[in-house]
Design a binder for this molecule. Structure first.
Ligand code: ATP
Length: 515
C-alpha cells in the first residue's frame, strides 16, 4: 500500500495531536522542549498499559522458576526524598551524561548522540576533503541532514560533486581524538571547531524545600522511581507478610534534565517509569535475573508487540556497571531506530549494591534475618525497569497502520484490552427510532466498557474516527434492529460486520476483550 511521503514518525505525531493522544506541553506559549501532555485518548491508553503492568506484577504475578507463585507488593513513594538518597545511590556524583556546547549556535548536545562523517567531493577528477567533519544527531534523518549540509558546503567552497558516503561508517563524537574533534562542524553550525570538549552534566533537576534557599535545603526531583523502593524496603518487610524472594513495584513520574530530548516521547525530561525491585537470596540472583528477562519479553509480546520488533541486548561484561552481574536491555525497533533497536526496558541484576549503600549512608541495618535458616544477609536485587511513556510510544508505533483502501487510511491496531475506547455505538441514521435504541444500548454498555456514542456525519466517517482511536468494536443500530432486535458489530481489524442479537452484545464484547 503506497504510504505518503512523510515519515511514519511525523504521521504518528500528527495523528496523536489530531486525535488527542499526545500534545506538546505549554503549546500556547510556544511549547517547552522535552515535555509533552497526554490528551483524553493518550491518558486512557497510558493508564491501560500501566494497569496491565500492575496486574502482571502486583495483582497476579507469574509462577516463579521455583514453581511457586511470585510475591510482589505495591508502593507509591515521594518524588522528593532526602537528598542523601541520591548521594548514596551515586546519582549526585555520577548521574551525568557527557555533553558538548556549540560556541557558534549556543546549542547543547549529548556527545554520544553526535555522529560525524568525513565527507569527500570530486572536482576535476580529483577527490578532495571538505576540511571538516560534518556532524548531526543520530536518528532516521541523519543521512539526509549530512547530505544536505555537505552539498551546501561543497557549493560554498567551489563546485564539485559529493562522493557518496556510508552512514554506517559515521563516527561517534565520543570516540574521536581531541585533534579530530577540532575539525567537527557542529550539528547546527557552519564552521568547524566550534564544539567544546565533552564534559559531564548532571541530569537531576534541583529545587529547595522550605523558605530559605541554601545548600542545606537543596533537594532533587527523582531521576528514577527505584530508590524510593530501597528506602522503604525495611518498612515493607516489617509491615507485610513478605520475605525473600519478593518484589516491590511502583509506577510514577521521574525527571531527568536530558541534554537532547527528542524522538517525540522517547526521551523526555519528565516521564513515567514502571519499576520493580526483586529481593532474593544472593545465591539465587542469576536465576531470578534470567527469569525476569524472559518474563518481561513475554509480557511486552502479550501487549501486542511482535517478536521481530523486540530484541534482548545483553550488555557486554566490560560495559556493565561495577555492581552489576548482568544487565539486559529489552529493545524495540522504533521507526527512528529501524533497522536497529532502542531501549524500552532495562533488566539489571544489581547485587546487594543499593541496599548496602543505603545501609552505609543511613546507618540503618538493612539485613534480612532468615530465622528458619539461621542466617542474615543483605538481599540481592533484580530490577526490571520499564518506561511507561516510552512503552506507550512503542505501542503506538507497533499499532500504527496505513491502508489507503480503508475509509480512514490511518488506524491503530491496538490490543483490544488496551484500546482507550472499547466500543463505538451508532444509530445508522438519526431518525426512525434508531437513536433511542442506540442510546439505550450505549447507556448499558458504558457501565462496563468505555464506550462512545456518535451520531454525527456518515457511518463511514464514524467508523474512520473510531479506527484512528484504535477502537476495536463499533455497534450500529439500523433498520433491521427495530424488526428483529439485532445489531451489526464491526471488527476494526477486518472491517467486517457481524449481526448479533441486541441482548448478546455485552457478552460478545466481553469474550473478545478477554483474549
Ligand atoms: P537511556 O539509555 O535511553 O537514556 P537509561 O538506560 O538511562 O535510558 P534507565 O535508567 O534504565 O534508562 O531507565 C529505565 C527506563 O526508563 C528506560 O528503559 C526507559 O524506558 C525509561 N526512560 C529513561 N529515561 C527516559 C527519558 N528521558 N524519557 C522517557 N523514558 C525514559
Amino acid at each position: 500500500m503506497p504510504a505518503p511521503e512523510t515519515s511514519v514518525m511525523s504521521r504518528l505525531v500528527s495523528l496523536c495531536k489530531r486525535r488527542g493522544f499526545v500534545f506538546p506541553a505549554s503549546e500556547i506559549y510556544g511549547g517547552l522542549n522535552g515535555f509533552w501532555d497526554f490528551g483524553p485518548l493518550g491518558v486512557q491508553l497510558k493508564n491501560n498499559l500501566r494497569d496491565a503492568w500492575w496486574r502482571a506484577m502486583v495483582e497476579c504475578p507469574p509462577i516463579g522458576p521455583d514453581g511457586k507463585p511470585v510475591s510482589i507488593v505495591g508502593l507509591d513513594s515521594s518524588i522528593i526524598q532526602h537528598p542523601q538518597t541520591w548521594v548514596a545511590s551515586g546519582h549526585v556524583g555520577g548521574f551525568a551524561d557527557l555533553m558538548v556546547d556549540c560556541r557558534e549556535t549556543k546549542m547543547r548536545y549529548r556527545a554520544d548522540h553526535v555522529l560525524c562523517v568525513n565527507v569527500q567531493y570530486e572536482k576535476a577528477g580529483q577527490t578532495k576533503e571538505l576540511g571538516g567533519w560534518i556532524s548531526t544527531l543520530e536518528g532516521d534523518e541523519a543521512e539526509v541532514a549530512i547530505t544536505k549540509k555537505a552539498k551546501k558546503l561543497i557549493q560554498k567552497s567551489g563546485c564539485g560533486e559529493m562522493v557518496p558516503f556510508d552512514m554506517s561508517k559515521a563516527v561517534n563524537l565520543t570516540t574521536m581524538t581531541e585533534a579530530q574533534r577540532a575539525h567537527v562542524i557542529g550539528p547546527d553550525a557552519e564552521n568547524p571547531g566550534t564544539l567544546t570538549e565533552p564534559r559531564a552534566f548532571n541530569l537531576m533537576f534541583q529545587s529547595y524545600v522550605g523558605v530559605f534557599q541554601s545548600d542545606d535545603s537543596k533537594v532533587y526531583l527523582r531521576p528514577e522511581t527505584a530508590q524510593g523502593i530501597f528506602l522503604n524496603y525495611k518498612n515493607v518487610l516489617d509491615s507485610s507478610r513478605v520475605k525473600p524472594p519478593f518484589g516491590v513495584a511502583q509506577v510514577g513520574k521521574s525527571f531527568r534534565n536530558e541534554v537532547t530530548p527528542r524522538n517525540f516521547i522517547f526521551r523526555t525530561r519528565e516521564f513515567e517509569q514502571m519499576e520493580m525491585e526483586f529481593f532474593c537470596a544472593p545465591e539465587d540472583g542469576m536465576m531470578w535475573y534470567e527469569f525476569w528477562v524472559a518474563e518481561r519479553l513475554r509480557w511486552w509480546e502479550e501487549q501486542g508487540m511482535s517478536k521481530d520488533n523486540l530484541f534482548r541486548h545483553i550488555i557486554a561484561p566490560e560495559d556493565l556497571s561495577h555492581y552489576s552481574k548482568g544487565t539486559s536491555d529489552i529493545e524495540y525497533r522504533y521507526p527512528f531506530t529501524a533497522p536497529g533497536f532502542g531501549e524500552l526496558e532495562g533488566v539489571a541484576y544489581r547485587t546487594d549494591y543499593d541496599l548496602t549503600q543505603h545501609q552505609t549512608f543511613s546507618k540503618t541495618n538493612l539485613e534480612y534475618i532468615d530465622q528458619e535458616a539461621n542466617r542474615r544477609y543483605i538481599p540481592h536485587v533484580v530490577e526490571p525497569a520499564a518506561g511507561l511513556t516510552r512503552g506507550l510510544l512503542a505501542l503506538l508505533c507497533e499499532s500504527y497502520r496505513y491502508d489507503e483502501s480503508r475509509a480512514s487510511p490511518e488506524w491503530l491496531k491496538l490490543k483490544p484490552s488496551l484500546a482507550p475506547i472499547k466500543v463505538g455505538v451508532f444509530p445508522l441514521v438519526n431518525k426512525d427510532g434508531m437513536p433511542e435504541v442506540a442510546e439505550k444500548l450505549y447507556a448499558d454498555l458504558r457501565r462496563t466498557y468505555i464506550s462512545q456514542y456518535d451520531a454525527k456525519q456518515s457511518i463511514g466517517k464514524r467508523y474512520a474516527r473510531m479506527d484512528e482511536a484504535g477502537t476495536p468494536f463499533c455497534v450500529t443500530v439500523d433498520g433491521d434492529t427495530l424488526k428483529d432486535q439485532t445489531v451489526t458489530i464491526r471488527d476494526r481489524d477486518t472491517a467486517q460486520q457481524e449481526r448479533v442479537a441486541l441482548d448478546k452484545v455485552k457478552a460478545y464484547i466481553g469474550e473478545k476483550l478477554a483474549v
